[in-house]
Structures are given as C-alpha cells and as structure tokens.
Design a protein around this ligand. Structure first.
Ligand SMILES: N[C@@H](CCC(=O)N[C@@H](CS)C(=O)NCC(=O)O)C(=O)O
Length: 230
C-alpha cells in the first residue's frame, strides 16, 4: 500500500513548493517506496489534526503517522533499511549539521529572495494567514523584506561558497551517490524552482550541475514537478 504524504500546495494543487516536503519526496523515491500525495494548504490545519501538530510533511504508512522531515527520514531508515538515506551513525551526525545550516543559513537567504513569490502563488484563502504570520516573524512587510532582489542575489550566491567548494570536488554531498544530506539542501533549491522565476545560480556554477543531477534523479521526479525553468 502506498505511503500517504500531506504536501504543501499553492493555489494550483499541483504546485508543490515546500522545501521540507521535497526532502521527504526524495527520501521516499530513494527508497523506491510508492507514495500518494495529498495537497495541503496552510489553512487546512484540520486535515492534519490527526497528527497532533500543524505542519507538513506528514506521512501515513499503514496505521503509522509520522511528522517532521528529520523524524520521517529516521523512520524510513528504521522501517525500510534497504537503500539507507544515512548509512552509518557518523553520516547521520554530519547530516545534522547540513540540516541546521540549511534551516538557519540557506533557507533564510532564500526567503529574502522569494517570499513575495510564495505569497502571490498561494491560494487566496491562505494569503491573510501567510502575510500575518510571516510579517510578525520578519518585522516588516513581505514587500519590504524582498525589495532589491538583484542586489541581494550576489551576496546570496557568495553565501553558498562552502557548498560550491564541496561540489567542485565530488558529485554529491553524500560522495559518489546522493544521500539524505543532498535531499535536505536540494529541497531549498527546489522550493525556489517551484515558486519563483529568480535565477538563483549562474549557469556555470558547480552547484547548478549538482542541482541538475538531482532534478534528473528518480526518472526526473523533481524536474517534472510544476515549476519554472532554471
Ligand atoms: N521541522 C519541520 C518544519 C516543517 C515546516 O516548517 N513546514 C511548513 C511548510 S514548508 C509548514 O507546514 N508550515 C505551516 C505553517 O507555517 O503554518 C520539518 O522538518 O518537517
């Protein structure tokens, strides 16, 4: 039986843009597990109330409900040990750093470039909630937060130096093949591709070559998803 994934959607039900849900999508694909996704919007709290919290991703696997992308990755490795996402405890420990860097450096940098694009793509019923909750967090309007995007892009690209230097010397963060660390970081780039026309990376950036490898992975799962060319 397929695993059910509650997956953040924009106004168009097939525009799936959550960086956290993309981690889980790729983790499920890595395992070769069948998935059925359910589009979920920010104001659909009641649809995932059974999980006891209010954020996606949430998966339901038979009788088991699991939420939080990291907990889901652990669950998948424990339950389906073939094709591990993180093969050894030291790999998992290093992936924790990657996750924290992604959540506290990469995602905030991306937010300043695309939060307005997220807002304009949302279902109208989600917009007041999104504006109020995000503006309380950032302390200004979404429009002010995202102003002067071109000027911010150069600094954002510069902030990717450690990622670029790593991917100059190896095809994936996991080495010769992708592991969950790759999916964590890639989720951020896929968030952008699904919701914004901004060109995050120069064409000759080694990070762009890595992103393309992951867009092509699993029969083009990420590249076939609704988004913008990059
Ligand atoms: N730590 C969680 C974060 C999940 C998360 O923040 N999900 C967002 C979508 S990208 C969400 O559901 N937000 C609901 C809200 O802001 O009300 C994870 O890794 O799964």
């Amino acid at each position: 039986m397929a695993i059910t994934l509650y997956d953040l959607a924009a106004a168009e039900a097939d525009r799936r843009f959550s960086p956290f849900c993309w981690r889980t999508r790729l983790a499920l694909a890595h395992k070769g597990l069948a998935v059925e996704t359910v589009p979920w919007r920010f104001t659909d709290g009641d649809k995932i109330a059974f999980s006891g919290q209010g954020k996606v991703p949430v998966i339901v696997d038979g009788g088991k409900t699991v939420f939080d992308s990291w907990t889901i990755a652990d669950y998948l490795d424990a339950t389906y040990p073939d094709r591990p996402l993180l093969a050894r405890p030291c790999e998992r420990a290093l992936a924790k750093f990657i996750g924290n860097w992604t959540d506290t450096v990469l995602h905030p940098g991306i937010s300043r470039l695309i939060m307005l694009d997220v807002f304009t793509h949302l279902d109208p019923k989600d917009r007041p909630y999104f504006r109020t909750s995000r503006e309380a967090r950032i302390g200004m309007t979404i429009e002010a937060f995202c102003a002067d995007r071109d000027a911010k892009l150069a600094a954002f690209r510069q902030s990717l130096t450690p990622l670029r230097a790593t991917l100059q010397g190896q095809p994936y963060l996991g080495g010769e093949a992708p592991n969950y660390a790759d999916y964590i970081v890639f989720g951020g780039f896929q968030w952008v591709r699904c919701i914004s026309e901004v060109q995050l990376l120069a064409a000759d950036d080694p990070i762009a070559a890595w992103r393309q490898r992951l867009l092509d992975a699993f029969d083009g799962l990420a590249s076939k998803a609704k988004g913008y060319p990059c």
